[in-house]
Write a protein that binds this ligand. Structure first.
Ligand code: GLN
Ligand code: ZN
Length: 757
């Protein structure tokens, strides 16, 4: 009897082989045969990893050359008009990345992860046709190795829910056109073998879908299950509970349900229904989204609870979601502290965990063989040291957090801004930038050289200071009013702070796919957070000493630090965030004591941390706002607090943004005229706002006239006293040739507008 299961496996390769070959191919340095060759090697290696770990349900079609939502669009023949003349890999990569004639399709975040998928573009005039090649081939490739896989598909309802319609219509209206393609696909799959298992991912169900969508579930799965009687269909959800959908699915002929019990604890509320339906329960109990070693005691307890409802025979032990969201293997972490490493588990190690958990659960501990007993004991031991380690649990920090009472700064906004305007003396429509200036290859090299001790601290600092000088002189010559130091010392806005905090860890090879060939290597928070010493004071005071203008201090906010790291799982996120906030409040205090008069606390990822379910939003907002306010609670009335957010849609969250109580917020509205700014006026938002006046995400240089027009649009919505003028994000990804004329034009535009006012 088969008893364990992996929802999906990462595909980029343990040495990022896929990334490397794709980038060579795109650069014209290798051909597509080579890409396919590497892809097949990776698939085989990944299947073998799973097979050798004793995994019963191994996936095919979880591989992708770029993205599996894009693969699904290709499978359905959902090709936007502008790519219609292309075929094969040219079509595929043009859809993903654009080509000289056609812009790429949009990309957005996969639920609340950092993985980005390609957003399908549908039109009511599309003619969908099945292209089953990839799905069938991958099955055959595995079968040739003697591995009978389950086939992973993205479900029709999720596919529609994640798509957009070019005519802005409702994507679900196209259900009737898409479903027959899935039926045709299943008919092909049925021919592959005597029985085939198909995992259909429907994560959209965890968002608590509306009745209209819910009403599609039964017709959809009744129809798909009736295509062939040799297919076992499993409907899989993850990242939250999906109780509304489960209540419907138990009345369809699906063979099994895959539920996430790590991130959707409430799935337990449906267990009696699942039990009564007699369906298989693919119980997601080994977390596929983090890097922590599974706690085998807790996991088997959870499984025992589940088995009070669902018969053991019907339970299959699984990862909570695809392992796509974890790094590959600990094998390459040669430099990591061995104790910390003993607490971690990446995808390959999670396979062993799944295998062990299922053995302990199904066989009982007494029947484990010697090797399994060793692994079991090692797991218990690792969890014990993690629970008690002084490197994680710091009494002094816990005491400081428990006694921390200063939750907000002094004075109302009105009071503060009056004092600030007087002391700081900046004009209406004050000009500034978001923080970073171009990261040149010389700067990157200097940082890398310093890291590997190829240059001395003195040389490194001299180079950085030189660059800060360059940034300052440019800003002064250009006529910008509030200056920044340019952030040359920062590789990444989270990593920079993580590296200076206790309780933070870094990996050598902890790459996770972000989109296409792009990977990120998030740092991880393993213990209580403290700041051994000030983190930005030296750079900031140096920068301030070089100019008479106001130099804006630059910090990353607690929520963004949290959202771009792997976070410890032994403490609620809100508590980890509070520790970071307290550390930042000390930094803010040090900055103002050192003479820094404006401090920007970036919350680039504030919005992306929002929970998937409506009912959890309030709790998130409460601690997220609390912790932003704690971070700046030390700021005197005279110290002006700025924040920056990398998005533009504030309609749903405007009251929350207001409640953060920053004196000035800069936002990313450059691409939407003044439309998205209107909400600030509608709700009577009082604080100052810097809506980006040009888009920094493109190399294009905006003209003076264009920026003048943009400022005029802004002035239609908010008064000049409330507006700042700035680009819509940091400039680090741009080149100086683009930045210089753009900012010069911005300053000229402000001058023109001011003269007319
Ligand atoms: N201060 C940061 C910068 O300018 C902000 C970047 C961001 O919000 N993504 O780079
Ligand atoms: Zn930004």
């Amino acid at each position: 009897m088969s008893k364990n299961y992996v929802v999906g496996f990462p595909r980029i390769g343990e040495e990022r082989e896929l990334k490397k070959v794709l980038e060579l191919f795109w650069a014209g340095k290798t051909d597509f045969n080579e890409v396919e060759k590497v892809a097949l090697e990776l698939k085989i290696r990944h299947w073998n990893y799973q097979k050798n770990s004793g995994i019963d349900f191994i996936s095919s079609n979880d591989f992708s050359l770029y993205d599996n939502v894009l693969d699904t669009a290709i499978m359905l023949g959902a090709i936007p008009q502008r790519f219609k003349d292309l075929e094969n890999e040219e079509l595929y990569f043009s859809m993903a990345r654009g080509n000289k004639d056609a812009v790429a399709m949009e990309m957005t975040k996969w639920f609340n992860t950092n993985y980005h998928y390609i957003v399908p573009e549908l039109s009511p005039t599309d003619n969908y046709v099945l292209n089953a090649t990839k799905v069938l081939n991958e099955y055959k490739e595995a079968k040739a190795l003697g591995i009978k896989t389950k086939i992973n598909l993205i479900g029709p309802i999720t596919f529609l829910g994640l798509s957009k319609r070019v005519d802005r219509g409702d994507t679900y209206e196209l259900f009737g056109k898409i479903l027959p393609i899935y039926e045709a696909l299943l008919a092909e799959i049925a021919k592959l073998d005597d029985t085939v298992t198909v995992q259909i991912d429907e994560p959209i169900f965890v968002k608590g879908v509306e009745p209209k969508v819910l009403s599609l579930i039964k017709p959809c799965y009744d129809a798909l299950c009736s295509v062939a009687n040799n297919i076992n269909i499993i409907v899989t959800t993850y990242f939250e509970h999906s109780n509304e959908a489960t209540r419907v699915l138990v009345h369809t002929p699906v063979w099994g349900l895959g539920l996430d019990f790590n991130h959707g604890e409430k799935n337990t509320e449906s267990l009696d229904l699942v039990a009564n339906s007699g369906k298989k329960l693919i119980a997601g109990v080994v977390d596929g989204r983090n890097i922590w070693k599974n706690n085998i005691t807790q996991t088997t307890e959870l499984l025992e609870t589940i088995s009070k409802y669902v018969a053991k025979d019907n339970i299959i032990v699984s990862t909570s979601c695809s392992l796509l969201h974890t790094p590959f293997t600990l094998k390459y972490e040669e430099k990591m502290d061995t104790e910390i490493k003993s607490w971690l588990s990446y995808a390959v190690e999670k396979l062993e965990e799944i295998s062990l958990v299922s053995k302990v659960f199904f066989k009982s501990i007494a029947l484990l063989n010697t090797e399994e007993t060793v692994a079991y004991k090692a797991n218990i031991e690792a969890n014990k040291t993690r629970k008690n380690s002084a490197r994680i649990h710091n009494k002094a920090i816990q005491r400081k957090v428990a006694n921390f009472t200063k939750l907000e700064r002094e004075g109302t906004y009105e009071e503060r801004i009056r004092i600030q305007k007087e002391i700081l003396g900046y004009k209406d429509l004050a000009t500034t930038t978001i923080g970073s200036f171009p990261q040149t290859s010389e700067i990157r090299k200097a940082r890398a050289d310093f890291k590997k001790s190829a240059i001395s601290k003195e040389t490194y600092e001299a180079k950085m200071k030189d660059y800060i000088d360059t940034c300052i002189s440019f800003q002064e010559e250009c006529g910008l009013e509030v200056l920044v130091h340019g952030e040359p010392e920062r590789n990444d806005m989270v990593e920079y702070f993580g590296e200076q905090l206790d309780g933070y860890g870094f990996s050598q090879n902890g790459w996770v796919q972000s989109y296409g060939s792009r990977c990120v290597k998030p740092p991880f928070i393993y213990g209580d957070i403290s700041r051994p010493k000030p983190m930005t004071i030296e750079w900031m005071t140096y920068a301030q000493s070089k100019t008479d203008h106001i130099m804006k201090g630059m910090l990353t906010g607690p929520v963004t630090i949290l959202n771009w790291s792997f976070v410890r799982d032994d403490m609620p996120r809100g508590e980890v965030s509070k520790q970071i906030a307290i550390v930042l409040s000390d930094e803010v205090d040090d900055l103002q004591k050192a003479g820094i008069k404006m401090i920007q606390v970036d919350e680039a990822a504030f919005k992306e941390g929002y929970p998937l379910r409506l009912e959890n939003i309030q709790a998130y907002e409460e601690w997220a706002v609390r912790d932003f306010k704690i971070s700046v609670s030390t700021a005197n009335k005279e110290t002006q607090i700025h924040t920056h957010m990398c998005y533009s849609e504030f309609n749903d969250i405007i009251r929350t943004i207001e409640a953060m109580d920053a004196d000035v917020i800069s936002i990313e509205t450059a691409r939407s005229g003044n439309e998205l700014l209107k909400i600030f006026k509608e709700v009577g938002y009082k604080q100052e706002v810097g809506p980006g006046v040009y888009d920094i995400h493109s190399p294009r240089i905006p003209s003076v006239e264009e920026i003048v027009e943009q400022i005029k649009l802004l002035l239609e919505v908010l008064p000049k006293e409330q507006l700042w003028i700035n680009p819509d994000c940091g400039l680090k990804t741009r080149k100086w040739e683009e930045v210089k004329p753009s900012l010069e034009n911005m300053v000229k535009a402000v001058k023109i507008v001011r003269e007319k006012l």
